[in-house]
Design a protein around this ligand. Sequence first.
Ligand SMILES: [Fe+2]
Ligand SMILES: [Fe+2]
Length: 188
Amino acid sequence: MEIEELKKELKKYLKEERYEHSVCVMEMSEKLAEKYNVSKTKVMKAALMHDMAKEMPIEKLKKYILDNKIKVSETEMLLGITLHGKVAADICRKKYGFDYIMCKAISNHTTGKPDMTMFEKIVFISDKIDETRKYDGVQELRELAFKDIDSAIVKNIEYTTKNNLEKGRIILEQSIKTRNYILINRKN
Ligand SMILES: [Fe+2]
Ligand SMILES: [Fe+2]
C-alpha cells in the first residue's frame, strides 16, 4: 500500500492530534533516512504507522496480544505502555503487508532495544523528536540526531528516565538495556 493510502487508513484509527504527530514522525524519518542512507519508503511507512494502535483501550490491546499469541514480557503486559507498538506491528504485517524489518521497528518504537539497525534507530528517534514535540532540549536533540544518532538515542532515554524518576513512574527496563548497549558498544 502506498503512503497516501496508508494515511487514509491511519485516519480511521487516530484522532487529529496523534495523526499529525504520526505524519511529522514520518517526515522526520524521511530526513534521517536521507542523512544515513537508508532507503526511504519503508522507513517512512513504518514511522507513519508506529502509533496506529495507540488509541485502542488497554483491555483491547491485551486481548489482541493474547488472541494473536504475540510474545510480550510479563512486565510489558502489566504496564501496558509498550503494547500499542506490538499490536500495531501485527496489524501492519497482516493488513498492510509490512515486512519483518518494518514490523520490528514498529514493535520496539517505545523503548528501543539493544542492537538496533539504522532502520530501527531512525523510527525510534523520529518518534521522539518530530516537529510536534515541545519538551526542553528537543531542538538540540534534533540537531544531534543528524550528527550522531546513537548519542541522540542515549540522551533521549536519559531525559525520559530522569523525568519518570522525578514523577515516581515505572522505568521500563528495555530502555535501560537499549541505552547500556549503545554505551558499551560505541567506538569512541
Ligand atoms: Fe508510541
Ligand atoms: Fe509516537
